[in-house]
Design a protein around this ligand. Sequence first.
Ligand code: BG6
Length: 489
Amino acid sequence: IENPKSIIVIFGATGDLAKRKLFPSIYRLYKNGSISKNFAVIGVARSPLSNEDFRANVTKSVQSAGSTNEVEEFSSHFYYQPFDVTSSSSYQALKQLMGTLDGDYNTDGNRIFYLAMAPEFFGTIASNLKAEGLTETSGWKRLVIEKPFGRDLPSAQKLNSELREAFDESEIYRIDHYLGKEMVQNIEVIRFSNAIFEPLWNNRYISNIQITSSETLGVEDRGRYYESSGALRDMVQNHMLQMVALLAMEPPIKLNPREIRSEKVKVLRALRPFSQDEVDDYFVRGQYSAGLMDEKEVKGYREEKSVDPDSNTETFVAGKLLIDNFRWAGVPFYIRTGKRMAAKSTKIIVQFKDIPMNLYYNRGEKVEPNLLVIHIQPEEGITLHLNVKKSGKDISTTPIKLAYSSSSIDGINTPEAYERLIYDCMRGDMTNFTHWDEVALSWSFIDQISQAWESTKAYDFPNYESGSMGPKKADELLQNEGTHWWPVQ
Ligand code: BG6
């Protein structure tokens, strides 16, 4: 296949995401030959930078991601255009520059507009791109959009209809960077390419599934954004529900975006809704207090920069999701995520049901259930927990682990999520981007919870110490059902 050619316009080119993720990812694609030399990047943002300043920023960002080879040559593909998102002349200047670079780099009129900036401008930019004629091109055009995609269903619908004025659904690439992670992509492969899992992957053999995504960082300098978001919108609406959908979906009839997305949509449609009064039976919210992390004293959430000293914003969420369909009826999916927790770790633990009759004991205790652990990060791999005979005279069992770690294979350097996603977008593969139907269904599920939480103040905030695994109530959520969170550390 021919390598993709395109002009990539990055809105928000002086921002954090561009610097930390986008420039280094485009560099790696360039270095490993995944994109042809026929590409140019136009950075736009408010500040008045020259092309040279911008290229120096790009060079620095790539170097601080650890690369030095051919960086100058790479940076020469980058151009800068000072930009005011509301001014017609900005769009005209951009249009002209695109036209010139199209010729210089032979990009066949292909254009990616990458919105990596404050979400309040997403709609304005899309409609101006159309009004000013930037969406008319002889090649393809694609819009890549970062989160947050709205903050509830009505705002997401409004944003979506603004985007749809200028771009077709098949041209809108909504980023969920978890879908670019190696082991998130592996969920489907593990499920659908192994004869030993798929027959057991249902309510007859699975007792529950636990998904934990814990972080050690606090809100850092994102207080302003986070105050209007909270962990529910920041992590659950997108990343956590996407993982649930991949774990629970039916096998797609083909590996194409349409079929895969439609199976995911069915899972989201089957999520059991609840009333405002029932929210507490299913979901727990938390907020971190000061504490010790790595032997250093860290601040509580309410003491962080740009955070209300009386904030009601949750920095932790745990929940129980039920999927009302034939495969999953009665199997809880437990999720939890939070900031300032004991470890940075994303893991999925599939707990199988106990064997029907216990013939053996493990030091006098019941044998352990079988677990399949999918390690998303920082380690990447899978572990299967089994029971074997303990060596010696007694017939007693001992738990063992069969483990595969993809990060420990020599010479394999799994690409960063953004690297994959940018590449997929350039090739026009939408599989690992969220369809509007998924976004809409996720918001309608999340809205039931956020409405309840916003209308009643959390009386116990802050309720977990920095460096812990969250509030006690999150443990009780599972204890009440006779189970517990499996350790993720
Ligand atoms: C982002 C959230 O989407 O995901 C952040 O906005 C969070 O608050 C981040 O820190 C976590 O991503 P990762 O890849 O480090 O698990």
